[in-house]
Design a protein around this ligand. Structure first.
Ligand code: PHB
Length: 407
C-alpha cells in the first residue's frame, strides 16, 4: 500500500505569484518538466491519450507545461511511441493539444529531442538510418555489441551533416512546433543525448569546428540557437542542460574539462545574446539530485547549480529536487524568492494531474508508479485522478486501452 504524501499549502507564497517568461505571464511558478511516457501512436504522432493527459494537466490557468522529449526527425530517435514534430501530420495532432492547453489558459513548450549515440542501432538499421553521434564513442558495451552485431556501427556525423542538422532539421522541427501553437520550444541539451554529446569532452573527440575547444564543442548548440532566434524569436526558446548528470555514462565533473567550465561558457554566450536584446525565455537545469529517470544518493552529489545564476541573468527552471523536503517545500520557497526561478515537477505531476491546485491548497499528493512509466497502455497514465475524485480501478480496460489517433 502506498501512502499519500502530505504537504503544506503554498498559496500566499512566492510560488503562487505571477512571473514573466518570454512574452507570457504565468500565474504561478510550478512547471510540468519534460517526462517521457511513450503514449504516442506507432508513427510518433501524438495520440488521444496524450490529448487528455496534457489537457488535464493544464487546467490551472496560467501554468506552464513542457512536453516529453519530442523527436526532431525520424532518424533522431525511433524509441517506440515517443512523439515527433517533424511531419505535418504530427504538427496537426499537436495543434489539437496546444489548443486545449490554451483553452485552459495555460502555456506549453515543446522539448526538441535527438538521441544520437543513445538511440537503438537495430531500429535505425531497420529503417535504413545510420547510427550517429558527435564521435564514434559508444555509451555502453551493450550499445556497442548491438550496433556491431546489427551491422550499424556508431559513426561521427560529417561536418556537412552537422550543418544540415543546424540549418534544416532543428529549424523544421521548431517551425512546426510554432505552427502547431506551442508557446516555446526547448532544446534538449542534457542527459547525454545528441547535443550534450557535442558539449561534453567524453563523447566529443572531433577535430573539425564542432570539437576540440570549448567554443567548438558548444558551436552546434549556439548555431541552432542563433538560427532559431532568426526564425522563431529568442522569446520562444528554452534550453535544458544537466551539468552534473552521469546518466548514460556521461562523466560530468570526472570529465577532462569540468562541467562548470563547459556550461559557464555556453551560458555566458547566451547571456551575451541576451545583452544584445535576444534573451532566451528560460534555461532549464537538472538538479544534481536527479539524472534522467534516476535518483542520485546525496553522498554521490558532486556539485551544485549556483554557478548558473552567476552567469545567466534570465529565467531559470530547476527540476529534480523539490519533493525531498515535503511537507514544507523549503527549497521551492527559497528558490522562488529571486523572482526568476521556476519550480519544476515531473514524477509527481504524472500522478497528480491537478498538482498545481494541490500544491496551492496543501492537498496530499498521490504517489507515482514507476512500473507504468514506459508501458503503452493507459494504465498509470490517465488513470491518476484529481484530488477527491473516486478512484475506481478499471485495470482490465486500462490495460487494453492503447493510443489512438486524435479524432
Ligand atoms: C527517459 O526516457 O528516461 C529520459 C528521457 C529524457 C531525459 C531523461 C530521461 O532527459
Amino acid at each position: 500500500m502506498v501512502h499519500a504524501v502530505k504537504i503544506r499549502p503554498l498559496k500566499d507564497t512566492k510560488v503562487f505569484e505571477p512571473i514573466r517568461i518570454g512574452d507570457h505571464t504565468l500565474s504561478n511558478r510550478v512547471v510540468f518538466a519534460p517526462t517521457t511516457r511513450r503514449r504516442a501512436l506507432d508513427d510518433h504522432t501524438p495520440s488521444d491519450l496524450q490529448l487528455k493527459y496534457y489537457s488535464d494537466r493544464s487546467e490551472y490557468a496560467g501554468s506552464l507545461l513542457i512536453t516529453e522529449g519530442t523527436f526532431v526527425s525520424e532518424e533522431a530517435g525511433l524509441y517506440t511511441n515517443v512523439p515527433g514534430i517533424w511531419s505535418q501530420k504530427q504538427e496537426q495532432a499537436w495543434r489539437k493539444i496546444t489548443d486545449k492547453v490554451h483553452e485552459n489558459g495555460s502555456y506549453i513548450s515543446c522539448q526538441l529531442w535527438n538521441l544520437g549515440r543513445t538511440a537503438d542501432p537495430v531500429l535505425l538499421k531497420e529503417r535504413g538510418y545510420d547510427f550517429v553521434s558527435s564521435s564514434a564513442v559508444y555509451f555502453s558495451e551493450d550499445s556497442k555489441r548491438m550496433a556491431e552485431e546489427s551491422g550499424n556501427p556508431l559513426r561521427a556525423l560529417k561536418t556537412e551533416e552537422v550543418e544540415k542538422m543546424v540549418n534544416e532539421t532543428y529549424v523544421n522541427a521548431a517551425q512546426r512546433a510554432i505552427n502547431a501553437g506551442f508557446d516555446y520550444i526547448e532544446l534538449h541539451c542534457a542527459h547525454g543525448y545528441l547535443l550534450d554529446q557535442f558539449l561534453q569532452p567524453c563523447s566529443n573527440k572531433r577535430t573539425d569546428k564542432y570539437g576540440g575547444s570549448i567554443e567548438n564543442r558548444a558551436r552546434i548548440v549556439l548555431e541552432i540557437v542563433d538560427k532559431l532566434i532568426e526564425t522563431i524569436g529568442s522569446h520562444r526558446i528554452g534550453l535544458r542542460i544537466s551539468p552534473w548528470a552521469k546518466f548514460q555514462n556521461m562523466l560530468a565533473e570526472k570529465d577532462e574539462v569540468h562541467p562548470i567550465t563547459t556550461f559557464s561558457y555556453l551560458l555566458h554566450e547566451l547571456q551575451r545574446r541576451a545583452d544584445k536584446g535576444t534573451e532566451l525565455a528560460y534555461i532549464s537545469i537538472v538538479e544534481p539530485r536527479a539524472e534522467g529517470n534516476e535518483t542520485v544518493e546525496p553522498s554521490k552529489i558532486a556539485g551544485d547549480n549556483s554557478f548558473v545564476y552567476n552567469v545567466w541573468k534570465g529565467g531559470v527552471l530547476r527540476t529534480g529536487n523539490y519533493t525531498y523536503d515535503v511537507p514544507y517545500f523549503y527549497r521551492a520557497l527559497a528558490d522562488a524568492e529571486d523572482n526568476r526561478t521556476l519550480i519544476g515537477f515531473s514524477r509527481f505531476y504524472t500522478s497528480n494531474p491537478d498538482l498545481v491546485h494541490r500544491l496551492k491548497e496543501g492537498l496530499s499528493l498521490t504517489p507515482y508508479d514507476r512500473s507504468t512509466f514506459y508501458i503503452k497502455s493507459n494504465r498509470g497514465y490517465n488513470t491518476f485522478l484529481r484530488y477527491g475524485e473516486e478512484n475506481e480501478i478499471h485495470k482490465e480496460t486500462e490495460e487494453t486501452e492503447f493510443p489512438r489517433p486524435i479524432s
